[in-house]
Design a protein around this ligand. Structure first.
Ligand code: SDX
Length: 393
């Protein structure tokens, strides 16, 4: 039975909720989903199987997995009218703005699965979101690059379908590279859930008011966008590119340590991990493997990342503060090598995390004791005072 956690000595707080989905030991750098270690799931399982585990609590039998996969595969299409919704955005809109808007708009298209008090509607909404987020996300990318939308194909697995919807064009045949598909699936798995992080807590708080599931997940997308959270993968790659070469690393290490400089090493540090983020370890191995298989192992950004990690982990400032690379430090290098622009990194994080948000939302909704969330405050404002007319101020 996991104990109540103290998140930070200077900011001790009891747990915000009880949950049986994900366990993190920040000191040991341990991450379990329903008791299974993330390293084992990333190497032996795959994303839809991890989705089943997060949602239903157990690894599926072969039949259960086949049924679940078929349900997801057969719900990947979007209501055709939603295509018009995209056309209301500017072409240069950030894909996260589009994903956030379209997910919220699902409340307006899928009325028959918005009643949170109906377990069947909750299940339908959950499958619809897991199935449609790849389509929504891929179409946000296509819209941003001015290419025609590509419909999902029921012949492809989840990750391959997403890659094809992103990179296929009508002018030529698109064959999914199994290396990219495996790497994509592993990135989905590594981002699937992560206990009560900021965006998951946002989803829970929104859900506690009885808001419909699509609105709750849209709230999670909005929160994830911040550079201190899911937006860090985009910021980390931009930082590594700005550093550009290993001889410029000391300059950025100094900036990160300078209290008067707001700059922080993006992809470094964590609210809970005071040891290596276990996902970062798997992501680093995956970066080596994928870039070598793609023949770009000498990618300068990867060299900068590895040298930056090495120098930071030997620097007393980072060691004393227990700052290690997190999930966002290497993920952008892989996504960049796969052909994604940095603006697509956080939408891919949101796509992956949708199952975690849904599993946590379902767990909360199913708890009859659940009440609306209502955080309190320490009031630091003026004591009671009488009104003063404007002529006397
Ligand atoms: C994610 O919560 C989750 O689980 C999130 C996530 C998930 O899967 O949902 O894991 C995904 O959001 C990962 C984090 C991605 N963000 C980044 O990589 C952005 C860069 N990192 C930081 O901004 C920072 O580390 C945070 C926001 C992640 C945590 O910030 P905190 O809570 O301020 O960190 P802390 O309290 O542990 O800081 C201790 C000290 C402070 O210095 P002092 O006041 O003690 O002198 O370390 C410093 C901080 O200023 N510090 C950094 C730093 N991170 C913390 N200094 C330089 N570079 C950094 N990256």
């Amino acid at each position: 039975q996991a104990d109540v956690f103290t998140f930070d000595p200077g900011f001790t707080s009891t747990a915000s909720c009880e949950s049986a989905i994900t366990f993190i030991d920040g000191d040991k750098g341990e991450l379990l989903h329903r008791g299974y270690a993330i390293g084992e799931l990333a190497s032996k399982s795959h994303y839809l199987e991890v989705c089943y585990l997060l949602l239903y609590g157990e690894l599926p039998t072969a039949q259960q997995l086949e049924d679940f996969t078929n349900r997801v595969t057969n719900h990947t299409m979007l209501h055709e009218q939603m295509m018009q919704f995209y056309r209301g955005f500017r072409r240069d809109a950030h894909p996260m703005a589009i994903v956030c808007g379209v997910v919220g708009a699902m409340s307006a298209f899928y009325h028959d699965s918005t009643d949170v008090n109906d377990p069947w509607q909750r299940e339908v909404a959950s499958i619809r979101m897991i199935a449609k987020l790849p389509t929504i996300t891929a179409w946000a990318y296509k819209y941003s690059v001015g290419q025609p939308f590509v419909y999902p194909s029921n012949d492809l697995d989840y990750a391959s379908n997403f890659l094809r919807m992103c990179f296929a064009v009508p002018a030529e045949e698109y064959v999914v590279d199994p290396i990219l598909s495996r790497a994509m699936d592993r990135i989905f798995t590594l981002h699937a859930d992560h206990e009560q992080n900021a965006s998951t807590s946002t989803v829970r708080l929104a859900g506690s008011s009885g808001a419909n599931p699509f609105a709750c997940i849209a709230a999670g997308v909005a929160c994830l966008w911040g550079p201190a959270h899911g937006g860090a993968n985009e910021a980390a790659l931009n930082m590594l590119r700005e550093i550009g070469s290993v001889d410029r690393i000391p300059e950025y290490i100094a900036k990160a340590k300078d209290k008067d400089d707001p700059f922080r090493l993006m992809g470094f540090g964590h609210r809970v991990y005071k040891n290596f983020d276990p996902r970062a370890k798997v992501m680093k191995e995956s970066a080596d493997e994928v870039l070598a298989l793609l023949g770009v192992e000498n990618n300068p950004t990867l060299q900068v990342a590895k040298e930056l990690e090495k120098i930071a982990l030997e620097d007393p400032y980072f060691v004393e503060r227990k700052l290690y690379p997190n999930v966002d430090f290497y993920s952008g290098i892989i996504l960049d090598a796969m052909g994604f622009p940095t603006s697509m990194f956080t939408p891919i994080f949101a796509l992956s995390r949708t199952v975690g948000w849904i599993a946590q939302w379902k767990e909360m909704i199913a708890d009859e004791k659940q009440k609306i969330g209502r955080p309190r405050q320490l009031y630091t404002g003026a004591a009671h005072r009488d009104y003063v007319d404007v002529e006397n101020r």
